[in-house]
Design a binder for this molecule. Structure first.
Ligand SMILES: *Cc1c(COP(=O)(O)O)cnc(C)c1O
Length: 377
Protein backbone atom coordinates (compact mmCIF):
# COMPACT_ATOMS: atom_id res chain seq x y z
CA UNK A 1 0.00 0.00 0.00
CA UNK A 2 1.25 3.46 -0.83
CA UNK A 3 1.94 5.73 2.11
CA UNK A 4 3.38 9.22 1.70
CA UNK A 5 5.62 8.95 4.76
CA UNK A 6 7.59 6.26 6.56
CA UNK A 7 9.53 5.85 9.79
CA UNK A 8 12.56 3.75 8.88
CA UNK A 9 13.87 1.79 11.82
CA UNK A 10 17.45 0.54 11.66
CA UNK A 11 17.37 -2.69 13.66
CA UNK A 12 21.16 -3.02 13.40
CA UNK A 13 21.42 0.30 15.26
CA UNK A 14 19.18 -1.05 18.03
CA UNK A 15 21.30 -4.22 18.30
CA UNK A 16 24.47 -2.09 18.39
CA UNK A 17 23.08 0.19 21.11
CA UNK A 18 21.92 -2.68 23.29
CA UNK A 19 25.31 -4.41 22.99
CA UNK A 20 27.04 -1.15 23.90
CA UNK A 21 24.82 -0.64 26.95
CA UNK A 22 25.35 -4.23 28.06
CA UNK A 23 29.10 -3.64 27.91
CA UNK A 24 28.72 -0.63 30.18
CA UNK A 25 26.46 -2.41 32.67
CA UNK A 26 29.16 -4.06 34.83
CA UNK A 27 27.96 -7.58 33.99
CA UNK A 28 24.35 -6.88 34.95
CA UNK A 29 21.48 -8.47 33.04
CA UNK A 30 19.60 -6.15 30.70
CA UNK A 31 15.83 -5.60 30.57
CA UNK A 32 14.92 -3.58 27.48
CA UNK A 33 12.08 -1.08 27.99
CA UNK A 34 9.77 -1.52 25.00
CA UNK A 35 6.73 0.30 26.35
CA UNK A 36 4.78 2.67 24.10
CA UNK A 37 5.32 0.59 20.97
CA UNK A 38 9.05 0.40 21.70
CA UNK A 39 9.22 4.19 22.01
CA UNK A 40 7.40 4.48 18.68
CA UNK A 41 9.76 2.16 16.81
CA UNK A 42 7.31 -0.75 16.50
CA UNK A 43 6.86 -3.27 19.30
CA UNK A 44 7.72 -6.76 18.09
CA UNK A 45 10.52 -6.14 15.55
CA UNK A 46 12.21 -3.73 17.96
CA UNK A 47 11.85 -6.15 20.87
CA UNK A 48 13.41 -8.91 18.77
CA UNK A 49 16.36 -6.63 17.95
CA UNK A 50 16.70 -5.73 21.64
CA UNK A 51 16.93 -9.43 22.55
CA UNK A 52 19.37 -10.11 19.71
CA UNK A 53 21.52 -7.24 20.97
CA UNK A 54 21.95 -8.96 24.32
CA UNK A 55 18.92 -8.19 26.50
CA UNK A 56 17.60 -11.19 28.43
CA UNK A 57 14.34 -9.56 29.52
CA UNK A 58 11.81 -7.00 28.35
CA UNK A 59 9.83 -4.41 30.28
CA UNK A 60 6.51 -2.78 29.43
CA UNK A 61 4.24 -0.38 31.24
CA UNK A 62 0.94 -2.23 30.80
CA UNK A 63 -0.05 -5.90 30.69
CA UNK A 64 -1.68 -5.29 27.29
CA UNK A 65 1.74 -4.40 25.85
CA UNK A 66 3.27 -7.53 27.33
CA UNK A 67 0.44 -9.64 25.89
CA UNK A 68 1.04 -8.09 22.47
CA UNK A 69 4.66 -9.24 22.70
CA UNK A 70 3.54 -12.79 23.53
CA UNK A 71 1.10 -12.65 20.61
CA UNK A 72 4.03 -11.62 18.42
CA UNK A 73 5.91 -14.77 19.44
CA UNK A 74 8.27 -13.27 22.03
CA UNK A 75 9.08 -15.87 24.70
CA UNK A 76 11.63 -13.96 26.83
CA UNK A 77 10.68 -12.94 30.40
CA UNK A 78 8.57 -9.78 30.39
CA UNK A 79 7.77 -7.48 33.32
CA UNK A 80 4.72 -5.18 33.20
CA UNK A 81 5.36 -2.51 35.83
CA UNK A 82 2.34 -0.20 35.65
CA UNK A 83 -0.54 -2.20 37.08
CA UNK A 84 -3.76 -0.27 37.66
CA UNK A 85 -7.19 -1.52 38.75
CA UNK A 86 -8.72 -3.74 36.08
CA UNK A 87 -5.45 -4.91 34.50
CA UNK A 88 -6.01 -8.42 33.11
CA UNK A 89 -3.96 -10.22 35.77
CA UNK A 90 -5.31 -13.69 34.95
CA UNK A 91 -4.25 -13.22 31.34
CA UNK A 92 -0.87 -11.95 32.49
CA UNK A 93 -0.27 -15.07 34.59
CA UNK A 94 -1.50 -17.43 31.88
CA UNK A 95 1.07 -15.89 29.53
CA UNK A 96 3.87 -15.96 32.08
CA UNK A 97 4.09 -12.20 32.38
CA UNK A 98 5.75 -10.85 35.51
CA UNK A 99 4.00 -8.01 37.30
CA UNK A 100 5.08 -5.27 39.67
CA UNK A 101 3.39 -4.49 42.97
CA UNK A 102 3.68 -1.36 45.10
CA UNK A 103 0.94 -2.01 47.63
CA UNK A 104 -0.53 -4.85 49.66
CA UNK A 105 -3.94 -4.55 48.04
CA UNK A 106 -2.50 -5.14 44.58
CA UNK A 107 -0.37 -7.99 45.88
CA UNK A 108 -3.54 -9.60 47.25
CA UNK A 109 -5.24 -9.12 43.86
CA UNK A 110 -2.29 -10.77 42.16
CA UNK A 111 -2.48 -13.68 44.61
CA UNK A 112 -6.19 -14.10 43.82
CA UNK A 113 -5.35 -14.27 40.12
CA UNK A 114 -2.73 -16.88 40.97
CA UNK A 115 -5.30 -19.01 42.81
CA UNK A 116 -7.83 -18.64 39.97
CA UNK A 117 -5.36 -19.63 37.29
CA UNK A 118 -3.39 -22.18 39.28
CA UNK A 119 -0.15 -20.37 38.47
CA UNK A 120 2.42 -18.83 40.76
CA UNK A 121 2.61 -15.11 40.07
CA UNK A 122 6.11 -13.77 39.41
CA UNK A 123 6.28 -10.46 41.20
CA UNK A 124 8.71 -7.55 41.39
CA UNK A 125 8.20 -5.38 44.49
CA UNK A 126 8.65 -1.68 43.80
CA UNK A 127 10.08 0.64 46.43
CA UNK A 128 9.55 4.39 46.24
CA UNK A 129 13.05 5.65 46.99
CA UNK A 130 12.31 9.31 46.37
CA UNK A 131 10.55 9.82 43.05
CA UNK A 132 7.09 9.73 44.67
CA UNK A 133 5.55 8.11 41.60
CA UNK A 134 5.15 4.32 41.72
CA UNK A 135 6.49 2.20 44.56
CA UNK A 136 5.83 1.66 48.25
CA UNK A 137 7.10 4.57 50.35
CA UNK A 138 9.57 3.61 53.11
CA UNK A 139 6.85 3.46 55.78
CA UNK A 140 4.81 0.93 53.75
CA UNK A 141 7.72 -1.14 52.43
CA UNK A 142 8.14 -3.56 55.40
CA UNK A 143 4.44 -4.45 55.25
CA UNK A 144 4.59 -5.03 51.47
CA UNK A 145 7.60 -7.31 51.90
CA UNK A 146 5.95 -9.19 54.78
CA UNK A 147 2.78 -9.78 52.74
CA UNK A 148 4.81 -10.99 49.77
CA UNK A 149 6.53 -13.50 52.05
CA UNK A 150 3.19 -14.80 53.35
CA UNK A 151 1.95 -15.22 49.78
CA UNK A 152 5.21 -16.85 48.81
CA UNK A 153 4.73 -19.41 51.58
CA UNK A 154 1.38 -20.31 49.96
CA UNK A 155 3.12 -20.47 46.57
CA UNK A 156 0.73 -17.82 45.27
CA UNK A 157 3.65 -15.55 44.41
CA UNK A 158 7.33 -15.84 43.70
CA UNK A 159 9.45 -12.78 44.51
CA UNK A 160 11.48 -12.30 41.33
CA UNK A 161 12.72 -8.75 41.81
CA UNK A 162 13.09 -5.75 44.08
CA UNK A 163 13.24 -2.49 42.25
CA UNK A 164 12.93 1.28 42.10
CA UNK A 165 13.27 4.16 39.64
CA UNK A 166 15.31 7.38 39.59
CA UNK A 167 13.78 10.83 39.33
CA UNK A 168 16.92 12.71 38.26
CA UNK A 169 19.44 10.23 36.83
CA UNK A 170 19.72 12.47 33.75
CA UNK A 171 20.97 15.34 35.92
CA UNK A 172 24.42 14.04 36.99
CA UNK A 173 25.32 15.17 40.49
CA UNK A 174 21.73 15.92 41.48
CA UNK A 175 21.58 15.37 45.24
CA UNK A 176 18.50 13.13 44.92
CA UNK A 177 20.55 10.47 43.11
CA UNK A 178 22.70 9.58 46.13
CA UNK A 179 19.65 9.87 48.39
CA UNK A 180 17.70 7.44 46.23
CA UNK A 181 20.59 4.97 46.13
CA UNK A 182 20.78 5.10 49.90
CA UNK A 183 17.02 4.63 50.24
CA UNK A 184 17.23 1.67 47.84
CA UNK A 185 19.99 0.12 49.94
CA UNK A 186 17.81 0.51 53.02
CA UNK A 187 14.83 -1.08 51.27
CA UNK A 188 17.01 -3.99 50.10
CA UNK A 189 18.35 -4.49 53.61
CA UNK A 190 14.82 -4.60 55.03
CA UNK A 191 13.87 -7.21 52.43
CA UNK A 192 16.99 -9.20 53.10
CA UNK A 193 16.44 -9.25 56.87
CA UNK A 194 12.88 -10.42 56.30
CA UNK A 195 14.11 -13.19 54.00
CA UNK A 196 12.82 -11.73 50.75
CA UNK A 197 16.17 -11.04 49.06
CA UNK A 198 18.82 -13.69 48.37
CA UNK A 199 20.69 -14.70 45.28
CA UNK A 200 17.61 -15.58 43.20
CA UNK A 201 16.04 -12.15 43.64
CA UNK A 202 17.16 -9.52 41.15
CA UNK A 203 17.66 -5.93 42.24
CA UNK A 204 17.22 -3.16 39.67
CA UNK A 205 17.02 0.63 39.55
CA UNK A 206 19.07 1.94 36.58
CA UNK A 207 17.47 3.55 33.52
CA UNK A 208 19.57 4.65 30.50
CA UNK A 209 21.03 7.71 32.21
CA UNK A 210 22.10 5.70 35.26
CA UNK A 211 23.65 2.99 33.08
CA UNK A 212 26.03 5.45 31.42
CA UNK A 213 26.88 7.54 34.48
CA UNK A 214 26.32 5.54 37.65
CA UNK A 215 27.98 2.12 37.96
CA UNK A 216 26.88 1.95 41.62
CA UNK A 217 23.30 1.70 40.36
CA UNK A 218 23.79 -1.28 38.06
CA UNK A 219 23.00 -4.02 40.63
CA UNK A 220 21.80 -7.29 39.03
CA UNK A 221 19.89 -5.83 36.11
CA UNK A 222 19.60 -2.54 34.21
CA UNK A 223 16.53 -1.19 32.40
CA UNK A 224 17.50 0.96 29.41
CA UNK A 225 14.86 2.54 27.21
CA UNK A 226 15.76 5.66 25.26
CA UNK A 227 19.44 4.75 24.77
CA UNK A 228 18.55 1.49 23.00
CA UNK A 229 16.92 3.54 20.31
CA UNK A 230 20.13 5.51 19.92
CA UNK A 231 18.99 8.69 21.62
CA UNK A 232 21.23 10.18 24.29
CA UNK A 233 19.88 9.94 27.83
CA UNK A 234 22.01 12.97 28.76
CA UNK A 235 22.42 15.08 25.59
CA UNK A 236 24.74 17.57 27.33
CA UNK A 237 27.26 14.74 27.75
CA UNK A 238 27.20 13.66 24.10
CA UNK A 239 25.93 10.58 22.31
CA UNK A 240 27.90 7.88 24.22
CA UNK A 241 28.53 6.10 20.89
CA UNK A 242 24.83 5.43 20.40
CA UNK A 243 23.31 5.40 16.93
CA UNK A 244 19.84 6.86 16.27
CA UNK A 245 17.62 4.06 14.93
CA UNK A 246 14.71 6.03 13.50
CA UNK A 247 14.68 8.08 10.29
CA UNK A 248 11.43 9.86 9.50
CA UNK A 249 10.87 10.63 5.82
CA UNK A 250 8.03 11.84 3.62
CA UNK A 251 7.65 12.19 -0.13
CA UNK A 252 6.98 15.76 -1.23
CA UNK A 253 3.49 16.31 -2.59
CA UNK A 254 2.58 19.45 -4.50
CA UNK A 255 5.45 21.77 -5.49
CA UNK A 256 4.57 25.20 -6.85
CA UNK A 257 5.82 28.74 -7.51
CA UNK A 258 3.99 31.45 -5.61
CA UNK A 259 4.41 35.24 -5.79
CA UNK A 260 5.85 37.59 -3.16
CA UNK A 261 3.41 38.32 -0.36
CA UNK A 262 1.71 34.91 -0.37
CA UNK A 263 0.33 33.98 3.07
CA UNK A 264 1.16 30.34 3.76
CA UNK A 265 -1.04 27.87 5.72
CA UNK A 266 -3.53 28.61 8.51
CA UNK A 267 -3.41 32.05 10.07
CA UNK A 268 -0.81 33.19 7.51
CA UNK A 269 1.95 32.96 10.10
CA UNK A 270 4.45 32.86 7.22
CA UNK A 271 4.29 35.28 4.28
CA UNK A 272 6.68 34.93 1.33
CA UNK A 273 9.08 37.84 1.00
CA UNK A 274 9.60 37.23 -2.70
CA UNK A 275 8.55 34.88 -5.45
CA UNK A 276 9.49 31.42 -4.29
CA UNK A 277 8.91 27.67 -4.56
CA UNK A 278 6.81 26.00 -1.87
CA UNK A 279 6.79 22.26 -1.23
CA UNK A 280 4.07 20.32 0.56
CA UNK A 281 5.18 17.67 3.07
CA UNK A 282 2.42 15.13 3.84
CA UNK A 283 2.91 14.76 7.60
CA UNK A 284 1.06 16.74 10.26
CA UNK A 285 0.18 16.95 13.91
CA UNK A 286 -1.98 13.83 13.60
CA UNK A 287 1.28 12.04 12.81
CA UNK A 288 3.17 13.52 15.74
CA UNK A 289 4.65 16.58 14.04
CA UNK A 290 3.72 18.93 16.84
CA UNK A 291 1.84 22.08 15.83
CA UNK A 292 4.39 23.79 18.04
CA UNK A 293 7.00 22.90 15.35
CA UNK A 294 5.60 25.73 13.23
CA UNK A 295 8.53 27.99 12.35
CA UNK A 296 10.83 26.07 14.70
CA UNK A 297 11.83 22.68 13.29
CA UNK A 298 13.86 22.03 10.15
CA UNK A 299 13.81 19.27 7.54
CA UNK A 300 16.28 18.23 4.83
CA UNK A 301 14.91 18.79 1.32
CA UNK A 302 16.82 19.15 -1.94
CA UNK A 303 20.12 18.79 -0.06
CA UNK A 304 19.54 21.67 2.34
CA UNK A 305 17.86 22.43 5.64
CA UNK A 306 14.48 24.17 5.36
CA UNK A 307 12.43 25.62 8.17
CA UNK A 308 8.80 24.55 8.41
CA UNK A 309 7.01 27.46 6.73
CA UNK A 310 3.75 28.44 8.38
CA UNK A 311 1.48 26.42 10.57
CA UNK A 312 1.72 22.65 10.79
CA UNK A 313 -1.71 21.26 9.80
CA UNK A 314 -3.30 17.93 10.72
CA UNK A 315 -1.89 16.03 7.72
CA UNK A 316 0.65 18.33 6.10
CA UNK A 317 2.99 21.31 6.32
CA UNK A 318 4.80 23.52 3.82
CA UNK A 319 8.48 24.26 3.27
CA UNK A 320 10.03 27.21 1.44
CA UNK A 321 12.54 26.03 -1.19
CA UNK A 322 13.47 29.53 -2.45
CA UNK A 323 14.72 29.06 -6.00
CA UNK A 324 15.97 25.52 -5.40
CA UNK A 325 14.26 22.69 -7.24
CA UNK A 326 12.11 20.05 -5.59
CA UNK A 327 10.07 17.50 -7.45
CA UNK A 328 6.85 15.93 -6.32
CA UNK A 329 7.70 12.51 -4.90
CA UNK A 330 11.18 13.56 -3.84
CA UNK A 331 12.20 12.47 -0.37
CA UNK A 332 12.15 14.96 2.48
CA UNK A 333 13.92 13.86 5.67
CA UNK A 334 12.48 15.19 8.91
CA UNK A 335 15.05 13.56 11.16
CA UNK A 336 17.58 10.76 11.17
CA UNK A 337 21.03 9.91 12.55
CA UNK A 338 22.39 13.06 10.89
CA UNK A 339 24.80 11.36 8.48
CA UNK A 340 23.26 12.94 5.41
CA UNK A 341 22.94 16.42 6.86
CA UNK A 342 19.40 15.83 8.13
CA UNK A 343 18.38 17.09 11.58
CA UNK A 344 18.59 14.57 14.42
CA UNK A 345 15.73 13.76 16.78
CA UNK A 346 17.78 15.61 19.41
CA UNK A 347 17.68 18.78 17.29
CA UNK A 348 13.90 18.43 16.97
CA UNK A 349 13.61 17.99 20.72
CA UNK A 350 15.83 21.02 21.39
CA UNK A 351 13.94 23.20 18.90
CA UNK A 352 10.61 22.19 20.42
CA UNK A 353 11.67 22.47 24.06
CA UNK A 354 11.11 18.79 24.79
CA UNK A 355 12.98 15.48 25.02
CA UNK A 356 13.60 12.93 22.27
CA UNK A 357 11.32 10.43 24.04
CA UNK A 358 8.37 12.66 23.13
CA UNK A 359 9.52 13.19 19.54
CA UNK A 360 9.72 9.48 18.69
CA UNK A 361 6.81 8.14 20.76
CA UNK A 362 4.39 10.58 19.19
CA UNK A 363 4.92 9.42 15.61
CA UNK A 364 1.41 8.25 14.79
CA UNK A 365 -0.07 4.95 13.69
CA UNK A 366 -0.67 6.32 10.16
CA UNK A 367 3.08 6.32 9.54
CA UNK A 368 4.26 2.78 8.75
CA UNK A 369 7.44 1.55 10.40
CA UNK A 370 9.75 0.11 7.76
CA UNK A 371 12.48 -2.16 9.12
CA UNK A 372 16.03 -2.14 7.86
CA UNK A 373 18.82 -4.59 8.66
CA UNK A 374 16.67 -7.34 10.08
CA UNK A 375 18.92 -10.07 11.44
CA UNK A 376 19.56 -12.96 9.08
CA UNK A 377 18.33 -15.47 11.65
C1 LIG B 1 10.67 4.02 30.79
C2 LIG B 1 11.29 3.32 31.91
C3 LIG B 1 12.62 2.91 31.85
C4 LIG B 1 13.55 3.32 30.73
O1 LIG B 1 13.86 4.68 30.91
P1 LIG B 1 14.87 5.46 29.92
O2 LIG B 1 15.09 6.75 30.60
O3 LIG B 1 14.15 5.60 28.62
O4 LIG B 1 16.09 4.63 29.82
C5 LIG B 1 13.12 2.14 32.89
N1 LIG B 1 12.34 1.82 33.94
C6 LIG B 1 11.06 2.22 34.04
C7 LIG B 1 10.26 1.84 35.23
C8 LIG B 1 10.49 3.01 33.05
O5 LIG B 1 9.24 3.41 33.15
Amino acid sequence: MHTPAQARVDLAAIRHNVALLKERASGAELMGAVKADAYGHGLVPSAEAVLEGGASRLGTAFVSEALALREGGVTAPILAWLITPGEPLDEALRHDIEVSASEVRLLDGIAEAARRTGRTAKVHLEADTGMSRGGAPPAAWPELVARALELRAEEAVEIVGLWSHFACADIPGHPSIAQQLEAFETALKTAEQAGAAGSQVIRHIANSAAIVTLPAAHYDLVRPGIAMYGLSPIPELGDFGLRQAMTLVAQAGLVKRVPEGSGVSYAHLFVTERETTLGLVPLGYADGILRHATGRAEVLAGGRRRLIAGRVCMDQFMIDMGDDPLSAGEEVVLFGPGDGGEPTAQEWADNLGTITHEIVTRIGARVPRVYEHRSSK
